[in-house]
Structures are given as structure tokens and as C-alpha cells.
Design a binder for this molecule. Structure first.
Ligand SMILES: [Mg+2]
Length: 265
């Protein structure tokens, strides 16, 4: 089915692992990609941890993806802002790792009490969120600051099917108060898909995206022009778009026969 696809782009959580648990078929799938020499990248909306942290977590689980293969929203946030706005002062609702990434890209990070100086408001998952900081972010956006969200994920999945509030839910609160929607760095926005394809040296028509989220992975891949495989673990979630993947499977290694080098590839 994906005979003409030269590269694979994968989501991580819900595809290869769920929290501290490796999902069935994940090890076999990664070994087959390496064995057949199929280039691949992982793109993740995760807004609490850097790509290096994610790789370390995966290595502990015994599924080390290798160096330089994870394209994370947190790590690329600074570059996104730099390409889009050049320079400026950023009010960040997010973890210290995100603030450091923004500073490393040459931006000044301003605290919520200096909201009047912010040119850009960046919203991620913020464990130190307060009524004050949320209000300051909303006022800055209302005043005309650029409004950017790390991802649109309203839930951050936790062990046993539980969840915490995701950065997307915080961005929605700012949006509700300010009356303006954010630009989104992560999936389903095009930025991470384009970054992964640039690193792989392929066009959208040569790549296939694998993910467990219809809204971010499948709809994002469709918008980017890529074929998509949906790992259907729980069915569609409330609010998921009416989008049809090119293939639907229960576990990631069910794709292997359809990729180059497979029996039906
Ligand atoms: Mg996922």
C-alpha cells in the first residue's frame, strides 16, 4: 500500500509507548525500520520535556530511537518564533525547559508582571500556572501581542488512561478571554511535519505519517499532503474531526507488510 513511500514519520506516545509501558509491536517495528534502511523521524507535541529527555525515557524502556531523530515542539519553538517574528520579548506560560529554549533562540523572556512589554505570548504546559499569569497572558494578547501555542492538546495523557490538563486547554482559556485564536507550532500545524521532511530529504508524497490521534496526527498529515496510518487504541475522541486515514491498525507492527521491503510493500 505504501510501496512508493521512502520515509516514515511517527508520533511517539500512544504509538511506541504509553507512559512507562512499551506498546506491543514497537520494538519489532523500530528494528524493521532500521533493518530495511527506511529513514524515519519522530514528531511530538510534548511541551513538558525536551527531545533529549524523551530519548532518555525511551532508552530506559529499551526503545532508544537513536540520536537526532526526535523533532519536538518544545525544542523547535524558538526557531519557529525566530523564523516568524525575527526577534522580540516573549511572555511564556510554560516549563523552565521551554523558557530556556526561547532564550537560546535569542529572545528575551518577560515575566507575567511585565506583560506590557511582551511582543509575543507563547503558551505551553505550565505547571506554575496561576490566575495572575493566565490573566496577564490574556491581557497581552488582547492588547495585540502575537499569540502562539506550543500545541492544541487539551489533555496530557497519564498512566491508566487518566490525563492532566494540556497546554492546549490553557491556550483555549487565553483565547476565550482575548477573543483571538493562537498560531500552533505543533501538530496538526505544518511546522513539525515540514521540519521532519526537510531532515529526511523527502517530499510529502514520499512520506507516511503514523499516529494515534485523529485530530493532530491524521488531520495534520492530510493537511501536509502525507499519507497517514491511524493507530486506533480507543476509537475517536470527542471533538475529533471527520477525517479518514489511509490505513487503520491496532498496533504499529501491522504496518510492516505494507512498507518497502515488506511482503505487500
Ligand atoms: Mg500520540
Amino acid at each position: 500500500m505504501f510501496r512508493d513511500r521512502r520515509a516514515v514519520v511517527l508520533d511517539l506516545e500512544g504509538v511506541l509507548y504509553a507512559g512507562g509501558e512499551v506498546l506491543p509491536g514497537a520494538k519489532e517495528f523500530l528494528a524493521a525500520l532500521d533493518g530495511r534502511g527506511i529513514p524515519h523521524r519522530f514528531i511530538t507535541n510534548i511541551s513538558r520535556h525536551s527531545a533529549a529527555d524523551v530519548r532518555a525515557h525511551m532508552a530506559i524502556l529499551g526503545i532508544d530511537p537513536g540520536p537526532g531523530r526526535i523533532v519536538g515542539a518544545l525544542d523547535w519553538a524558538g526557531e519557529f518564533l525566530r523564523r516568524r517574528y525575527g526577534a522580540g520579548r516573549v511572555l511564556v506560560l510554560g516549563v523552565e525547559t521551554l523558557q530556556a529554549a526561547i532564550r537560546a533562540a535569542g529572545f528575551e523572556v518577560v515575566p507575567p508582571w511585565a506583560e506590557g512589554r511582551a511582543d509575543i505570548v507563547l503558551v505551553g504546559l505550565d505547571e506554575g500556572l496561576t490566575h495572575f499569569s493566565l490573566s496577564a497572558a490574556a491581557r497581552a494578547v488582547c492588547r495585540g501581542a502575537h499569540f502562539v501555542a506550543l500545541n492544541p492538546d487539551v489533555r496530557a495523557p497519564r498512566e491508566g488512561g487518566s490525563f492532566e490538563l494540556g497546554g492546549g486547554a490553557v491556550a483555549l482559556a487565553v483565547q476565550a478571554a482575548a477573543g483571538r485564536a493562537p498560531l500552533v507550532i505543533g501538530k496538526p500545524g505544518p511546522f513539525l511535519f515540514e521540519q521532519a521532511m526537510a531532515e529526511l530529504g523527502v517530499r510529502a508524497a514520499e512520506a507516511v505519517m503514523v499516529g494515534d490521534n485523529l485530530r493532530t496526527d491524521v488531520a495534520g498529515a492530510r493537511a501536509a499532503g502525507m499519507a497517514s496510518v491511524w493507530i486506533n487504541r480507543w476509537g475517536a475522541l470527542p471533538g475529533d474531526p471527520d477525517v479518514k486515514p489511509d490505513m487503520e491498525v491496532r498496533r504499529v507492527d501491522e504496518i510492516l507488510p505494507h512498507l518497502p521491503g515488506g511482503a505487500r510493500g
